[in-house]
Design a protein. Structure first.
Lengths: 114, 108
């Protein structure tokens, strides 16, 4: 079974630009969550999508947005990039079985804003 | 506010010893609990999940859950240098809530 696939793996952007990151979940998983992780920091929750609907949202500015398609693939977009947006962006897909949910991460996209 | 607390470390343990990692959570109705391992520059990897009180063993790893005291722990027996990583605790109650992680260093 293929794992969670994130593209691209690395990205360098200039301040003010926008960026779109992609995540393909494990087949059969309908929930996709996005996280930001900066050096020495824990996982900061961005948002979660389930069946094309945003189910939860973290405390990030409106420059961060996302969506999920009917095939469960998800994208997140960051507009007007700032230097502080440089981070590892992680996508996790999850499934619920017998009331228990487990999440699995992709390899992440490392975004550098210069 | 729902919280998950971990000691940030670093926790230094000699090779071959038992490493003990702890996590407390605030939401009493939390149902499922996870430990993830994250190597530097890599993504978190699920290593243990536990759903009911008591111990759950998987190889050198043992997860312990005490819902009355609202803590979950991870024991790593016969610690190896390859166990050096940051260990993240996550608690699920409709949404995964993450601890900030404990950095574990296994000294040869």
């Amino acid at each position: 079974k293929a794992g969670v696939t994130q593209t691209p793996r690395y990205l360098i952007k200039t301040r003010g630009q926008q960026v779109t990151l992609s995540c393909s979940p494990i087949s059969g998983h309908r929930s996709v969550s996005w996280y930001q992780q900066t050096p020495g920091q824990g996982l900061q929750f961005l948002f979660e999508y389930f069946s094309e609907t945003q189910r939860n949202k973290g405390n990030f500015p409106g420059r961060f947005s996302g969506r999920q398609f009917s095939n469960s693939r998800s994208e997140m977009n960051v507009s007007t990039l700032e230097l502080g947006d440089s981070a590892l962006y992680l996508c996790a897909s999850s499934w619920t079985h017998e009331g228990n949910t487990e999440a699995f991460f992709g390899q992440g996209t490392r975004l550098t804003v210069v | 506010q729902k919280e998950v607390e971990q000691n940030s470390g670093p926790l230094s343990v000699p090779e071959g010893a038992i490493a003990s990692l702890n996590c407390t959570y605030s939401d009493r109705v939390s149902q499922s609990f996870f430990w993830y391992r994250q190597y530097s520059g890599k993504s978190p990897e699920l290593i243990m999940s536990i759903y009911s009180n008591g111990d759950k063993e998987d190889g050198r790893f043992t997860a312990q859950l005490n819902k009355a005291s609202q803590y979950v722990s991870l024991l790593i027996r016969d610690s190896q240098p390859s166990d050096s990583a940051t260990y993240l605790c996550a608690v699920n109650n409709y949404q995964l809530i993450w601890g900030a992680g404990t950095k574990l260093i296994i000294k040869p």
